[in-house]
Design a protein around this ligand. Structure first.
Ligand SMILES: Nc1ncnc2c1ncn2[C@@H]1O[C@H](COP(=O)(O)OP(=O)(O)OP(=O)(O)O)[C@@H](O)[C@H]1O
Ligand SMILES: [Mg+2]
Length: 274
């Protein structure tokens, strides 16, 4: 069903509003618009970075794509097929609509809270496949394969999340996201909770996996140097709106919008103190 010529993801006019409750009964009194009329295209096999200051709606935008927060309005297509209520409106050979989660997986900022502390790594990794009716042997075989791919030993399967370092946990989160063989990864500040020395390893791993599995990636980051090094395209958000988008080489080198210019100018540089 995946055609390489069509965009991996097309989003148009996406708006997300959160209710503001008040009064003794906590009734909805108003709405706060966190994302308003956002449109973008993720080209197959490419990395699209979303940048913008804290609170501008980056996480809300990607969460709404995987159903973690409800969309208020907008249209969303995966590989040219419309998505309605978390399903692609095109039946497969068994007459079922493909779920968004079969094609799109999200990796979060905090690898500490992303993994259930009571489950073994085997349980965590195999759960997405077991819930899709795959048998245990097959699910475990894939888990071992992916552990190896993210440079963790297969003995990790019997362990619990607390037995791993931050970088190793993020590798586990990456392995889990790949269990269902997705075509798109949404990476929300996946390295910001990690030690600087580990950040580069995780970024290299993601880039290698993109090439190996033909993944398309939406990458959220505050680190403009990383964004510059990794991205094909960039989307700049400001107070829930897109203010600029385009090829990374253009947006990050010759920003047209005043806000993007300020954002780039705010990147700290290290100077020797005289
Ligand atoms: N569940 C929620 N209920 C109400 N408001 C929310 C909710 N989630 C986010 N918001 C608000 O929506 C706005 C956008 O938040 P969001 O987390 O998307 O920002 P962000 O760009 O990801 O910021 P950061 O870079 O700090 O992660 C913020 O003002 C936030 O307070
Ligand atoms: Mg965020």
């Amino acid at each position: 069903m995946v055609q390489e010529s069509v965009p991996a993801m097309e989003v148009s006019g996406l708006t997300v509003k959160f209710p503001i409750r008040g009064g003794v009964l906590g009734k909805v009194q108003n709405y706060f618009t966190a994302v308003e009329d956002v449109s973008f295209t993720l080209e197959p096999g490419k990395i699209l970075s979303i940048v913008g200051e804290s609170g501008c709606g980056k996480s809300t935008l990607v969460k709404s794509l995987v159903g973690l927060v409800p969309m208020d309005s907008g249209e969303f297509k995966l590989f040219g097929k419309r998505v309605v209520n978390g399903r692609i409106q095109d039946k497969d050979s068994k007459g079922k609509c493909t779920r968004v989660s079969d094609l799109v997986q999200m990796i979060f900022q905090d690898p500490f809270s992303s993994l259930n502390p009571r489950q073994t790594i085997a349980e965590i990794l195999t759960a997405p496949l077991l819930s899709r009716g795959v048998n245990v042997q097959e699910a475990e075989a894939r888990a071992k394969e992916l552990l190896e791919r993210v440079s963790l030993p297969k003995e990790a399967l019997q362990k619990f999340p607390h037995e791993f370092s931050g970088g190793q946990r993020q590798r586990l989160c990456i392995a889990r996201s790949l269990m269902v063989k997705p075509k798109i990864l949404l990476c929300d500040e996946v390295t910001s909770a990690l030690d600087v020395s580990v950040q580069a390893q995780i970024l290299h791993l993601l880039d290698d996996l993109r090439n190996e599995f033909g993944l398309s990636i939406v990458f959220i980051s505050h680190d403009m140097q990383v964004v510059r090094a990794l991205s094909d395209d960039v989307l700049v958000m400001y107070f829930g709106h897109v203010v600029e988008r385009g090829a990374a080489d253009e947006v990050l080198v010759n920003p047209r919008h005043e806000y993007t210019q300020k954002l780039l100018a705010s990147v700290p540089t290290i100077r020797r103190v005289q």
